[in-house]
Write a protein that binds this ligand. Structure first.
Ligand code: 4AD
Ligand code: MG
Length: 465
């Protein structure tokens, strides 16, 4: 065996090899034992499970063994054998141990188990070493991989939308400015405005709130594309479901109408949940046992049920007739709050709901107008415990109608000429949607705060790590 080679603990625990020499490398979760024998639980992040290292104390340097404590990083050479204990299939009888890094028990913050999630947020640089975050990060990875697989298998192309942009796709105005101007000495125009003409890009630019507009340009050439990248929103919403920096997946399909869009969204979500159930069983079981006893049951139920498809107008009628006391007002023309969305999903229908045909006033400029002139072909997918997980629509494909809409919403047409060009030449019916990646991970892991499903959360007043 090469000096540097190591076996991944996941593979040793899963495999059926016995009585072979192995090397493992990882971090000590616990050490216990007596004067004769010591048991070290070692974890290398490849699985929620630790491998048990059995140390015959008499055969090792006592100073070395003293320095092995929770959090220390080790190389262990030894024999992989059937375990006599009941907790694990195999264990390693150590023949040599090297300490890469000690972790002083007096100062190591993860010395004890059972820290609160709030405490762990303050040590986000170390929390990947906990069972919980190991599980969440592996599931997050599996879902990202499954997203690419889903689209690749269906002939979609991955389009990279820019992060720096001069347009506000959602028209919500909650954007982070990107500038190299000297903030202590900002150049001004004669009218006293900031002179972005002197800025790096020669105009005002921001971090993108959505890759959709670029995704549309791709779809109207490659027929079906998707983006998957970070998006940024400077809204000051300190909720368990909002981040200032989050990842979004935005498929965009030419020749899709709203019905096709709904079919894709439903199939996509079910595929991803099914993928996690199949490929992340151990991690899901851990989260199920630790945090949310109904997690796996809920995932299976959503993966198997038919989503409800409902008009916004009908949704409002149900909410008004419910007799339920909501914190925020309900009425036709008002946007739904998460309490309303969750009422429909959790109380009324008890399964996911796709709500369609919203009033045009509360949705973005690019959505296709219905023949009633009042509603647009929007769709939001609403999930248990989450509320809105997907937002999408059929797009306005008609040049004149779109121009009218841009004017109506006071968007400067000269910033949108390139977008309008797609409707001037070879326009086509098309649709798409955006899935908030962290909301998906939140749903699949059963965690209750979005800050706990992204390695380094960006929220108001928080960008430490
Ligand atoms: O509904 P939204 O704003 O839609 C769009 O951005 C469209 N351009 C998508 C499209 O049609 N291509 O955002 C889409 C999803 C939401 O449903 C939600 O899951 C997530 O993105 N999202 C957020 N996730 C975390 N933190 C935030 N601040 C989020 N804002 C939206
Ligand atoms: Mg939305």
């Amino acid at each position: 065996m090469r000096q540097n080679s190591r076996a991944r603990i996941a593979e040793l625990l899963r495999g059926d090899e016995r009585n072979i020499d192995v090397t493992v490398k990882g971090w000590v979760r616990t050490k216990r034992g007596n004067n004769n024998v010591s048991f070290i639980a070692l974890n290398d992040g490849s699985t929620i499970h630790n491998i048990q290292v059995v140390v015959d104390v008499a055969h090792f340097d006592q100073e070395l063994l003293k320095n092995i404590s929770t959090g220390a990083c080790l190389r262990v050479d030894g024999r992989l054998v059937e375990s006599l204990g009941s907790g694990q299939p195999v264990e390693i009888q150590a023949s040599a141990i090297e300490i890469y890094g000690t972790a002083d028990p007096a100062t190591y913050p993860l010395q004890k188990k059972g820290h609160s999630l709030e405490f762990l947020r303050d040590i986000a640089h170390l929390r990947p070493r906990t069972n919980t975050f190991g599980a969440v990060l592996r599931i997050r990875h599996a879902l990202a991989f499954a997203i690419h697989k889903y689209f690749n298998d269906r002939g979609f192309y991955y389009l990279h939308a820019p992060l720096i942009t001069a347009s506000d796709a959602e028209g919500a105005g909650a954007m982070f400015t990107v500038t190299t101007l000297d903030l202590a000495d900002v150049p001004r125009t004669e009218g006293g405005e900031v002179d972005f003409g002197q800025d790096f890009f020669g105009k005002h630019t921001s971090l993108t709130v959505s890759g959709q507009l670029e995704s549309e340009l791709g779809a109207l050439a490659l027929s079906q594309v998707y983006t998957f990248g970070p998006t940024f929103r400077a809204e000051n919403s300190n909720t368990p479901r909002h981040l200032a920096e989050f990842w979004m997946i935005e498929p965009e399909m030419a020749f899709y109408e709203l019905e096709d869009n709904m079919d894709l969204a439903e199939d996509f979500l079910k595929f991803l949940i099914g993928y996690a159930l199949e490929h992340c069983a151990d991690d899901l079981q851990f989260l199920n046992d630790m945090f949310d006893k109904e997690l796996i049951e809920r995932l299976k139920a959503v993966a198997e049920c038919d989503f409800v498809r409902l008009d916004y107008t009908e949704g409002i009628r149900i909410l008004e007739a419910s007799g339920h006391k909501f914190e925020f007002p309900v009425g036709w023309g008002l946007d739904l709050q998460s309490e309303h969305e969750r009422y429909l999903v959790e109380k009324h229908f008890q399964r996911p709901v796709i709500l369609v045909n919203y009033p045009k006033e509360i949705k973005a400029f690019y959505m296709k107008l219905n023949s009633d002139g009042k509603t647009v072909r929007a769709m939001d997918v609403l999930f248990p415990k989450i509320g809105e997980i997907i937002g999408g629509s059929e797009r306005e494909a008609d040049y004149d109608t779109l121009r009218g809409k841009i004017a109506e919403m006071n968007i400067d047409e000269k910033d949108m000429w390139w977008y309008l060009d797609t409707r001037r030449w070879g326009t086509a019916p098309h649709s798409g949607f955006g899935l908030g990646f962290e909301r998906l991970v939140l749903f699949v892991t059963g965690m209750s705060n979005i800050r706990d499903v992204i390695p380094f959360p960006r929220t108001p007043k928080n960008a430490e790590f």
